[in-house]
Ligand binder design. Sequence first.
Ligand SMILES: Nc1nc2c(ncn2[C@@H]2O[C@H](COP(=O)(O)OP(=O)(O)OP(=O)(O)O)[C@@H](O)[C@H]2O)c(=O)[nH]1
Ligand SMILES: [Mg+2]
Ligand SMILES: [Zn+2]
Length: 365
Amino acid sequence: MKLSDLGLDSWFEAHACELCASKHSVARVVAIDRGRIVVHDGKSELFAELLGKFFYKAESAAKFPCVGDWVCLEQHGSGLNDAKHFASIHNVLPRKTLLQRKTVGYNEEFQMLGSNIDAAFIVMSCHYDFNVRKLERFLVMTHEAHIEPVLLFTKTDLINKEALQRLMKDVRDAGINIKILAISNTTGDGLDELRQFIEPKKTYCLLGSSGVGKSSLMNQLIGSNAFETQAVSDSGQGRHTTVRRHLIILKQGGMLIDMPGMRELAVSEVSEGIEGSFTDILELAKKCRFSNCGHSNEPDCAILMALANHELDSEHYKNYLKIKKESKHHKEQVPFVEKRKKAKNASRVASSKVRQRKVRSSDEE
Ligand SMILES: Nc1nc2c(ncn2[C@@H]2O[C@H](COP(=O)(O)OP(=O)(O)OP(=O)(O)O)[C@@H](O)[C@H]2O)c(=O)[nH]1
Ligand SMILES: [Mg+2]
Ligand SMILES: [Zn+2]
């Protein structure tokens, strides 16, 4: 397999020239398994270790590799059959896109979900899971990362055609114009259209709640039961079966990342994400008489008028305000968080130095 089949292009190659030494090769991170990094070098998958400098220098979690990254790899030993063979990661190449989310709760830390993703399938079961407001949150997240969102309905076998049409209408009524695909993993309906949509050399990921059928879809596309799946509860709740992200290379070309189901989606500071996802509201706001209109009681407010004559759905507008408020809150928190993070990193480095010293002294024994 050529590295270009894994998505390597001239943009990454240019960065590799700059960041990788001549004895290095480039490889793509395909999984992170209990702290062990699995890379694909075009020939096979292999485990790779991080150089110590990552732990000393990394000011933020974003400096560590995540699934989808291109890295400079050094291989030691004479091949995979050599017992002494091992690989180490020297650098992470810049990312074209980075999908991340704020971790839930008070801390303002990020979790990297995947990088260099071209399009994200927002997977929603049409049986239990579907909710326009949740979809809007996923849209903000993907727009913020400059990743094309595609809505993928699953479990179409559990509802009739009219109900599916109604769901699609709900999406369009909320002003959402993204591509929609609908499939059933059980009957195979819609899978051909999905396969045609997936292009060689491009990377896709599966985002969505637990139990919507992400891993079942992976199995359908690779034609085996390599990915573990588990029945949902009677109320349709998933059981968080998938616990790690894993990028696979499809035989037809193209790559797909399975991800664990997401419980909650908190937003961070997402100005571009909001612009991309609520264009209808932003367009309306331009028509208000005052450019700084607060849309509460101003005269000739286009938003208030649209709400009054039901041209603008009030739930859609409420969700916009809620996400905007969360984003603003996050923005205000950032300076405090940076300070806390710096202090935390300093203590982390200190304790890792102690650890290293201990390891060294035990090596010597
Ligand atoms: N009827 C029906 N059931 C499906 C379909 N797709 C998946 N399922 C079932 O839904 C359950 C959950 O599927 P998974 O593939 O494990 O869901 P997941 O999204 O990977 O869940 P997590 O790994 O927990 O995030 C399993 O019992 C699947 O058999 C479908 O299209 N139709
Ligand atoms: Mg799964
Ligand atoms: Zn207004």
